[in-house]
Design a protein around this ligand. Structure first.
Ligand code: SF4
Length: 181
């Protein structure tokens, strides 16, 4: 039966299909994994043929790509960048360092689990992940978007207190305004 609920469902399917094939990526080159991004985006692996392309600023970006270890100093900037991005937005954690700290797991000045501070939609494992793995990670994100279950941004809003508590635990010089949704 055709009703408002079904109509909304059809609109969502169309929107998600469009979104998943148009991912503008802000690659935040935090760690050594950043060196694989140019290879992924340029002619040999050509991520753009899959709808994945670079974005110049947070306000134009759909995907924040964190390419490796993240110092506390950089985390502060990354949070700021993420909060400047508009919905819908997604985060990819790239490399072992974002998952469990990798070889920097006991460093005094890096975080070792990105999803304590930002909502990660997809992790790409490896140290460093090859372009094939990066493309697979984008493919996974596209699959989640297509199914309408890439809900990291919603999770961030709904659990902002949790994220803020974790963020402020490590960032001692917290000097920007709390995000105003
Ligand atoms: S996972 Fe490996 S390649 Fe990536 S930032 Fe960490 S040490 Fe560097």
């Amino acid at each position: 039966m055709y009703n408002d609920k079904n109509k909304q469902k059809i609109v969502d399917i169309i929107k998600n299909a469009a979104r998943k094939h148009s991912l503008w990526v802000l690659a935040y080159g935090t760690g050594c994994g950043a060196i694989e991004v140019p290879a992924t985006m340029t002619s040999r692996y050509d991520a753009e043929r899959l709808g994945v392309r670079g974005a110049a600023t947070p306000r134009q970006a759909d995907v924040l790509l964190i390419t490796g270890y993240l110092t506390v100093k950089t985390l502060k900037r990354v949070i700021r960048v993420y909060e400047q991005m508009q919905d819908p937005k997604y985060v990819i954690g790239f490399g072992s360092c974002t998952i469990n700290g990798g070889m920097y797991f006991d460093s005094y000045n890096t975080i070792n689990q990105l999803d304590l501070y930002l909502p990660v939609d997809v992790y790409i494992s490896g140290c460093m992940p090859r372009p094939e793995a990066v493309l697979e990670g984008f493919g996974k994100l596209q699959e989640l978007i297509g199914k309408g279950v890439a809900n990291g941004a919603r999770q961030y809003k709904d659990n902002l207190d949790y994220y803020r508590e974790n963020q402020k635990k490590v960032i001692k010089n917290w000097d920007f305004q709390d995000y105003n949704w």
